[in-house]
Design a binder for this molecule. Structure first.
Ligand code: XBP
Ligand code: MG
Length: 254
C-alpha cells in the first residue's frame, strides 16, 4: 500500500502564526472593544492548551472572574473582529511558511501524493495564509481543507482528521499527519494517523509520545532539521518524500 496523502495542521505547522499574528489580532480586538485585559506572550501560551479562538477566550474568562464576563454572542462578535485583524495582518505577507514546508508541498505534488489540511482555525485564516504564502491558486493544491467549526469537537478530538479522511476517501493507514502540538498529535492519533511533529517555541517539551518522529522543523538545505525524538535523534536531515515514505512504512505492515 503506497503513501497517498499528507495532512497538514496549520497554526504552528505550516507557519508560526500564534505569537505574532493570532495573539496580536486578539489583543487588537480586545482593545477596540474597550476590554481591560490583553494576552502577553506567556499568558497566550497558557491558554493555547484550549484550541479554537472562541473557546480559548471563554476558558480565559472563566479563570478570570474579575474581568467582564461576555455572552456567547459577544464572544462571537469579538472573534469576528479578531479574524478580520488576523486576515489583514497575514495578507501583508508578514508570516512566512516554516522551513521545508514549501519544499515538501512541491515534492508531494511531484510525487502524486495528495495534500490536505486539518485545522482548528477559522477557514478565512487558512485561506489568507495560503494565498499570501503560496499565491493566488494556492487552494487548488489541497484535496481537502478541513477547518474551524465544520466539526462539532475541535482538537484534541479526532473529528477534524476523520472529516478530512472521509472527504478524501482514504484510510488513516494510507496517510501521514504533520502537527506541532500535543493537542494536534492526540487528534491525529485518535484518527489512527501516523504523525510527525515539528515543534515550535510554544509546543517544545510537550508530551509527544506516539509520534513517528519529533523534529525542530522540516529542514532546508542551508538549515537542516534536527531530530529530537526517534532512532535518528541528534542527527540533522531534510524531510523529503523518500524519507517520509521510509518512516511511514515503519507504521504499516508490508
Ligand atoms: C490552532 C488553534 C486556533 C488558532 C486560532 O489550531 O488552536 O484556535 O489559535 O484560530 P491548529 P481561531 O494548530 O489546529 O491549526 O481564532 O480562528 O479559532
Ligand atoms: Mg497547530
Amino acid at each position: 500500500m503506497p503513501l497517498r496523502a499528507l495532512i497538514f495542521d496549520v497554526d504552528g505547522t505550516l507557519a508560526d502564526t500564534e505569537r505574532d499574528a493570532h495573539r496580536v489580532a486578539f489583543n487588537q480586538a480586545f482593545a477596540e472593544a474597550g476590554l481591560p485585559f490583553l494576552w502577553d506572550v506567556p499568558t497566550y501560551g497558557v491558554y493555547l492548551r484550549v484550541t479554537g479562538g472562541k473557546e480559548r477566550l471563554r476558558a480565559f474568562l472563566e479563570e478570570h472572574r474579575e474581568y467582564p464576563q461576555l455572552s456567547d454572542e459577544e464572544i462571537a462578535a469579538l472573534h469576528r473582529a479578531k479574524t478580520h485583524h488576523y486576515v489583514e495582518m497575514v495578507a501583508t505577507g508578514l508570516l512566512p511558511l516554516r522551513p521545508g514546508v514549501r519544499r515538501l508541498l512541491d515534492a508531494a505534488r511531484d510525487a502524486d501524493i495528495r495534500i490536505a489540511i486539518a485545522t482548528t482555525t477559522t477557514p478565512a485564516n487558512v485561506e489568507a495564509l495560503l494565498h499570501s504564502t503560496l499565491g493566488a491558486d494556492a487552494l487548488a493544491r489541497f484535496a481537502v481543507i478541513g477547518a474551524g467549526d465544520v466539526v462539532p469537537r475541535k482538537k484534541p478530538a479526532s473529528d477534524i482528521y476523520q472529516y478530512v479522511l472521509d472527504r478524501m476517501g482514504l484510510a488513516a493507514g494510507e496517510c501521514l499527519a504533520i502537527e506541532d502540538s500535543v493537542n494536534g498529535l492526540r487528534s491525529a492519533r485518535g484518527a489512527a494517523l501516523p504523525t510527525l511533529i515539528t515543534e515550535t517555541d510554544y509546543t517544545r517539551g510537550q508530551d509527544f509520545s506516539g509520534a513517528l518522529r519529533v523534529l525542530t522543523h522540516l529542514g532546508e538545505p542551508e538549515d537542516p532539521a534536527r531530530v529530537i525524538t526517534g532512532p535518528e535523534a541528534g542527527s540533522r536531515l531534510l524531510v523529503d518524500i523518500p524519507l517520509l515514505r521510509q518512516w511511514w512504512a515503519e507504521t504499516t505492515p508490508p
